[in-house]
Design a protein around this ligand. Structure first.
Ligand code: NCD
Length: 358
């Protein structure tokens, strides 16, 4: 299997690699102009099969600020995807035109599927409700710059912990640092998936689940608010039942620590009252700005070709189908069924769900 500097899951790389990236991010924040020609002559392709404002534009701005150029689409309906082209063919071709690809897609595991056949490195800009590693890099840079550390923090995650890919990626990352505590605030319908709870359990770090933001807010150093992910619900009724379940307002902020920081990957719908924006602890707009700087650091690092990871760690199990109906293997049937493990329970390499071996 070919090795490339793809970024599908941050945890594919060692923590030292993230730390180097954060150091570079910090240098870029202090002097962005020093990098104005670092990617002269390079081309980035952005393939966005799903809506995006911040991720797409911050990636594009990052490349332009590095001196590079852009190709791509933000609406698959205006590309050959509308004619029925599969992920393999689209990414194979565009990766031959560009030096680096950034891709977002509504299906879990889709970006890994693209990376398997792409000619150049592929960055995951969000694959369904699964992962969002570059939002996590954004969050880590924000924590490092604003809290001065990535360890010893009590972090509350509130809202749609089931479908929120930014939550999944950030929990996986923060569980690698000593002394972090996790408070998972959600309704039982929107609780964290078992495979992420397994990561927490394996880390040995403390975590608890609760449903009351007002009760939990006082003990937090960081509050990570999230949008209820309407587009990932099976029916309108199920979404309506969860809509508006958590709202951070000024009354709740009174109960919080003076040095709390409030993060949100954005977009916000109604889960943070607009009046909270004026509170100095509201960090979400600054967080979005850090996103551009860390993406500059990422593009540079990937194009320097220093990072190399094997994409497939397990092996093909031809007769086993992933149990997750939202996994890309159910939509793109040519994909090899790669799983990790050898026993009766296998882990899908695309979406991380557990499946019984056939
Ligand atoms: C998030 C996403 O796309 O997962 N947005 C982002 O990239 N900043 C969060 C969301 O859509 O709620």
């Amino acid at each position: 299997m070919r090795m490339k500097a793809d970024l599908i899951d941050l945890n594919d790389y060692p923590v030292e690699w993230w730390e180097k990236l954060l150091e570079l991010g910090h240098k870029i924040v202090s002097d962005p102009k020093a990098y104005a020609h670092a990617c002269d002559g390079k081309i980035m392709g952005t393939l966005f099969y799903e809506p995006s404002t911040r991720t797409q534009m911050s990636f594009q701005t990052a490349m332009l600020r590095l001196g590079g150029s852009l190709i791509g689409f933000d609406n698959p309906a205006t590309s050959s995807v509308a004619k029925g082209e599969n992920i393999k063919d689209t990414t194979k071709i565009v990766s031959g035109y560009a030096d680096i690809l950034v891709m977002r897609h509504p299906t879990a595991g889709s970006v890994k599927a693209a990376a398997l056949t792409a000619e150049c490195p592929v960055i995951n800009a969000g694959d369904g409700g699964h992962l969002h590693p570059t939002q996590t890099l954004t969050d880590l840079l924000t924590l490092k710059e604003e809290k001065g550390k990535l360890s010893g923090l009590t972090i509350g995650f509130c809202g749609d912990l089931k479908n929120g890919r930014t939550v999944h990626s950030l929990i996986k990352a923060m569980s690698c640092f000593k002394g972090n505590r996790f408070v998972l605030i959600s309704t039982k319908e929107l609780a964290l998936p078992v495979y992420i709870k397994d990561v927490l359990s394996a880390s040995g770090l403390e975590y608890k689940e609760c449903s009351d933001l007002e009760k939990a807010i006082g003990e937090l150093d960081v509050l990570y608010m999230t949008r209820i992910q309407q587009e990932r619900f099976a029916s309108k009724e199920e979404y309506e039942a969860q809509k508006g379940c958590y709202v951070l307002d000024r009354k709740k902020m009174v109960l919080a620590k003076a040095d709390l920081i409030v993060l949100h990957p954005l977009p916000r719908v109604d889960e943070i009252e607009i009046a909270v924006d004026d509170d100095s602890r509201a960090m979400y707009f600054k967080q979005a700005e850090y996103g551009m700087y860390i993406r500059m650091a990422l593009i540079l690092t990937v194009l320097e070709g220093e990072a190399h990871i094997p994409l497939v760690k397990g092996k093909e199990h031809r007769h086993t189908l992933c149990s997750n109906p939202n996994c890309i293997t159910h939509k793109e049937h040519y994909l090899p069924h790669y799983f990790i493990g050898d026993g009766t329970t296998l882990i899908c390499e695309y979406c991380d769900e557990r499946t019984l071996a056939e």
